[in-house]
Design a protein around this ligand. Structure first.
Ligand SMILES: Nc1ccn([C@@H]2O[C@H](COP(=O)(O)OP(=O)(O)OP(=O)(O)O)[C@@H](O)[C@H]2O)c(=O)n1
Ligand SMILES: C[C@](O)(CO)[C@H](O)COP(=O)(O)O
Length: 252
C-alpha cells in the first residue's frame, strides 16, 4: 500500500536547465527544435498527457526562465494541457541542483513526483503511466529501464589522457539495465534523498541513485526505446525519424 494520502496529486518536474555541451554549440538543449518544436515543448506535452499528472514544473536555464515562460505560453494550447498547470522556475548549475529547485516549489498536496529529463522528449505516455502507477501502488522509487545491448567493460580510473584504458572487469550483462526517465518517487523519499546528498556534498547522475544511498529500495519497470536521451548530434537524427514515423502512423 502507498504511504501517500489517497487524495494527494502527482507532479512532474522537468529539469531543462542544461546547456547541451555534447550536442554542440547553439541554444540551451531543451530549447532546440525537433520537427520545428522545441524539445521542451514535446517533453511537457508527454508529461501532461499522462493520466496521473496534474502539475508540471519546468526548471529553466538560470537566466532564461522568463523566455521559457513566454515560449510555453505561446506553444502549449490550453486544450492540449487538459487542465494541467505548468510552472516555470530557474534552474541551477547541475542537474541535481535543478531538480532540487523544482522540488522546492511543489504545493503541499503533491504526494508523487516524476522527474523527467527535457532531453527525453519522445517518451511514450504508456511509460509515464507505468512509472506513476507503480509509485501510487506503493513503491517509493521507480525507474524505467531497458536491458543493455552492448557488452559493458569497467576500466581503471585515472588513466593519463591518450593512453589505452586497462579493462578491470566485465559485469554480467544480464543483470545490467540502462535507466531512463521519468523516474517516479514518493515525494517524501525524493526530498529526503536530495537533502542527504546536499548535506554530504556528493553528486549522483540520477535521482534514483540518491534514493539508493538512503537505503530505500528502487525498482525497475520496462522502459521504452523511444524514451532515449538526446545527448549527441546523431540522437537528433533519430528523434526526427521517430517523429516522422509517428506523423504517419499516429497522425501527430
Ligand atoms: N544544470 C543542469 C544540467 C542539466 N539539466 C537537465 O538534465 C537533463 C539531463 O541532462 P543532460 O542530457 O546531460 O543535459 P545537459 O547537461 O544539457 O547535456 P551536456 O552534459 O551535454 O551539457 C536535461 O534535460 C538537462 O536540461 C538541468 O536541468 N540543469
Ligand atoms: C537521469 C538520466 O537520464 C538517467 O539515465 C541520466 O543519468 C542523466 O545523465 P546526464 O549526465 O545528465 O546526461
Amino acid at each position: 500500500m502507498s504511504s501517500e494520502s489517497p487524495n494527494s496529486r502527482t507532479a512532474a518536474v522537468i529539469p531543462a536547465a542544461g546547456r547541451g555541451v555534447r550536442l554542440g554549440p547553439g541554444a540551451p538543449k531543451a530549447l532546440r527544435a525537433l520537427n520545428g518544436t522545441p524539445m521542451l515543448v514535446h517533453a511537457v506535452r508527454a508529461m501532461a498527457r499522462a493520466r496521473a499528472v496534474s502539475l508540471v514544473v519546468v526548471v529553466a536555464p538560470p537566466d532564461g526562465a522568463a523566455e521559457v515562460r513566454t515560449l510555453l505560453d505561446g506553444q502549449l494550447l490550453p486544450e492540449t494541457l487538459e487542465g494541467v498547470e505548468v510552472l516555470v522556475v530557474p534552474g541551477g548549475g547541475t542537474r541535481q541542483d535543478s531538480v532540487r529547485l523544482g522540488l522546492a516549489v511543489l504545493p503541499d498536496d503533491i504526494g508523487t513526483v516524476l522527474v523527467h529529463d527535457a532531453a527525453r522528449p519522445l517518451v511514450p505516455v504508456e511509460t509515464v503511466d507505468a512509472v506513476a502507477s507503480a509509485v501510487r501502488d506503493g513503491a517509493p522509487a521507480v525507474v524505467p529501464a531497458l536491458p543493455v545491448s552492448d557488452t559493458v567493460k569497467e576500466v581503471a580510473p585515472e588513466v593519463p589522457q591518450g593512453e589505452p584504458e586497462p579493462v578491470v572487469g566485465t559485469p554480467d550483462r544480464a543483470l545490467l539495465r540502462a535507466v531512463q526517465t521519468p523516474q517516479g518517487f514518493a515525494r517524501k523519499t525524493l526530498v529526503e534523498a536530495h537533502e542527504q546528498v546536499a548535506r554530504e556534498g556528493e553528486g549522483a547522475t540520477d535521482d534514483a541513485g540518491m534514493v539508493e544511498r538512503l537505503g530505500v529500495q528502487v525498482v525497475v519497470v520496462p522502459g521504452h526505446e523511444e524514451a532515449f536521451k538526446v545527448t549527441r548530434p546523431l540522437d537528433l537524427v533519430l528523434a526526427e525519424a521517430v517523429l516522422a514515423r509517428r506523423r504517419i502512423t499516429d497522425g501527430f
